[in-house]
Write a protein that binds this ligand. Structure first.
Ligand code: ZN
Length: 327
């Protein structure tokens, strides 16, 4: 685990350290924000800070004391992580009951205990209700940290008993600096990867591992060929659907349309993907928005009611028309 704070977390960190020193750290926090913004790392850093015997002046854990060593070994009794069991997406009521049960609370090394529930929206209603009682009657010294990228899906009763801290995406410049110093990338690739990660830096390492940049570049090449009428829609659709789910392909098309619209509206150079910059020059904004609406309609439709090949062909034909200035 990295012990440095991410630059875009500093304000939230300082705020929590202040509340800690003033003795008014909340008993439950809800860290919300998109996946890949660093919520989980932050929660662990906060837990480590509370458990450490001699935190640094910044509040970060020392990394050397008995508590820090226990934590690094992954068996600190005062940090409990609740995540979905392997192969499951839900956190069951049984796991929540066990977490908040008396014996889980009676073990302990020091003044603080931390429970991290990640993601909190994996708890169904019954599991959330099981947690609610603990949130209503806080246990002295116990901090419950809920993490969620979909906090609006959590029951309001749960949300209202937590202090909510929203984690925003960093500005692109900060994100690029982080990616360039933490991921092995060639010059210029950090911006491209961040665009593919929707600006979330901590999603970038997985994208690199999966060869996303190469994959994206091949798809974009096909897309450009279609708009230039150098490739036909039917074989390209067939080839794409052999390698990808329709939903992933629609997400790519969505992001390209958005990039072109952004480029057209701001007139800034779209350095990340030059082919999109060229395409955006001839873009009719009204038609582009119409196409975006259609894309979103298809994305909302049940996948069972769709013929993927026909849906994709129809969108690609429209892309080609728009790119050629035809309505
Ligand atoms: Zn320590």
């Amino acid at each position: 685990m990295t012990t440095d704070l991410l630059p875009w977390h500093l304000d939230t960190w300082d705020y929590l350290q202040q509340t800690l020193h003033q003795g008014r750290l909340p008993h439950a926090l809800l860290l919300s924000g998109t996946q890949g913004v660093g919520k989980a790392g932050f929660a662990r850093q906060l837990a480590a800070s509370l458990l450490c015997e001699q935190p640094q002046t910044t509040g970060l854990a020392c990394g050397k004391c008995r508590q820090c060593l226990l934590l690094a070994a992954g068996n600190h009794p005062d940090l409990r992580m609740l995540v979905p069991e392997e192969g499951k997406t839900q956190i069951g009521i049984g796991a929540v009951r066990e977490l908040v049960a008396g014996n889980a609370l009676s073990v302990g090394e020091g003044a603080h205990r931390v429970f991290i529930i990640d993601p909190a929206d994996a708890m169904g209603r019954a599991a959330a209700n099981a947690l609610l009682k603990t949130l209503e009657e806080p246990i002295q010294g116990t901090l419950i940290i809920l993490l969620s990228a979909k906090a609006d899906r959590l029951p309001i009763t749960l949300r209202s008993r937590c202090q909510c801290l929203r984690f925003s995406l960093p500005v692109e410049q900060d994100a690029v600096v982080w990616v360039e110093s933490n991921v092995q990338v060639l010059p210029g690739q950090a911006v491209q990867l961040l665009r593919l990660a929707n600006g979330a830096p901590l999603r970038v390492p997985a994208l690199v591992e999966n060869g996303e940049l190469e994959r994206h570049s091949r798809l974009l090449e096909d897309f450009v060929a279609i708009t230039a009428r150098q490739a036909s829609v039917v074989p390209v659709s067939e080839a794409w659907l052999k390698g990808y789910e329709l939903s992933s392909l629609l997400r790519y098309l969505d992001s390209w349309m958005m990039a072109m619209i952004r480029q057209k509206m701001t007139c800034q150079s779209e350095d990340a993907f030059p082919p999109l910059q060229t395409l955006s020059e001839q873009l009719d904004l009204k038609l582009a928005y119409q196409l975006l609406d259609k894309l979103h309609d298809i994305q909302r439709m049940s996948i069972n009611n769709l013929n993927p090949q026909l849906a994709l062909e129809s969108i690609l034909l429209e892309c080609s028309r728009i790119a050629n200035g035809e309505s």
